[in-house]
Design a protein around this ligand. Structure first.
Ligand code: GRG
Length: 295
């Protein structure tokens, strides 16, 4: 199966799963559930669940279980987008081609919808349907919390806000920030499949290193799209980084240099998968897509 077909399949399955997990029928507070559904069921690429399902497939874990872990991770990703769009953060009106959650609802509802998505992620992972072995579920919850929290994505967002204030343009600092802000969830996506498969230390390390390379390549591509693309194409505002005084990889490498750096990272990521042979072809295509994508 080609990468595009596999991504589409996973996206469809994740949307069906999220539709069931975020059920309005069983909701005791329909407004917040509606806002959660509004953001989580909006058209996203579902890259992170795709990576969970691919690492699970390559390492021999069950697909339905991998989809549950992917759905949990997508909930965390969507919560971060909802909160990131709030007036106190990026103050954006457009996300995934639609009004952002606080515009469609209101700020308090958007904050609660983000909180709801964050917590439901752990409800999904801790449910016995995710894995029969409680130790596996506990490890998934632990790593997901580490990736999402103050020493992961939340910490990266904090450092990013601070760097904006001091207009910092130091390469090591930008890499360190991005490795937390966007890299941590990619790391969990590839390690999550390995945890489900109860894979050994070598496989887990390979998946983590692959994730670090593509996570950084993803962020460089994001910086390029912010400069070169349009809100119509991306479904979100562009030219945000310069306006916010954010230090980006383009400031450091220039546009061509940034493109080259992202390509090199994708090559290095693909090389890491040699031991998995053809089985990892879709993952290799995904690494290329990360740097060549148009949205
Ligand atoms: C507010 C706790 C908190 C964290 C925010 C990751 C993050 C930290 C904010 C997201 C804002 C942003 C635009 C970050 C740049 C990289 C990124 C995560 C882009 C969006 O991811 P895609 O392209 O989006 O996978 P889709 O919509 O396809 O899921």
């Amino acid at each position: 199966m080609t990468f595009q077909a596999a991504l589409k399949n996973t996206a469809n399955e994740i949307e069906v799963m999220l539709d069931g997990l975020l059920s309005l029928e069983t909701s005791r507070a329909p407004r917040v559930t509606e806002a959660m559904r509004y953001s989580a069921l909006a058209q996203g690429k579902r890259l992170r669940p795709f990576f969970v399902s691919e690492s699970a497939r390559i390492l021999g874990a069950d697909r339905q279980q991998a989809l549950r872990v992917g759905a949990a991770l997508e909930c965390i990703h969507c919560y971060s987008l909802v909160h990131d769009d709030l007036p106190a953060m990026d103050d954006d009106d457009l996300r995934r081609g639609k009004p952002t959650c606080h515009i469609a609802y209101d700020e308090a509802t958007a904050i609660l919808a983000g909180d709801g998505l964050l917590t439901v992620a752990f409800e999904i992972v801790a449910d016995p349907a995710t894995h029969k072995d409680g130790a596996v579920r506990a490890e998934l919850a632990l790593e997901l919390a580490r990736a999402s929290g103050h020493n992961g994505m939340v910490g990266g967002q904090m450092l990013d806000l601070a760097a904006e204030q001091k207009h910092s343009h130091d390469l090591d600092e930008i890499i360190a920030i991005q490795s937390l802000k966007t890299g941590a969830l990619f790391r969990f996506s590839l390690e999550g499949g390995a945890i489900l498969a109860q894979a050994g230390a070598d496989d887990r390390a390979t998946m983590r290193t692959f994730a670090d390379k593509i996570g950084l390549a993803f962020q460089i591509a994001d910086d390029i799209l912010d400069v070169e693309s349009s809100p119509e194409q991306l479904g979100k505002a562009t030219q945000k980084d310069a306006d916010a005084g954010k230090a980006t990889f383009i400031d450091l490498f220039g546009l061509d240099g940034a493109r080259q750096k992202a390509g090199t990272l994708a090559d290095e990521a693909c090389d890491l998968l040699a031991a998995y042979g053809d089985k990892a072809d879709t993952l290799r295509e995904a690494a290329r897509f990360i740097v060549e994508r148009k949205n």
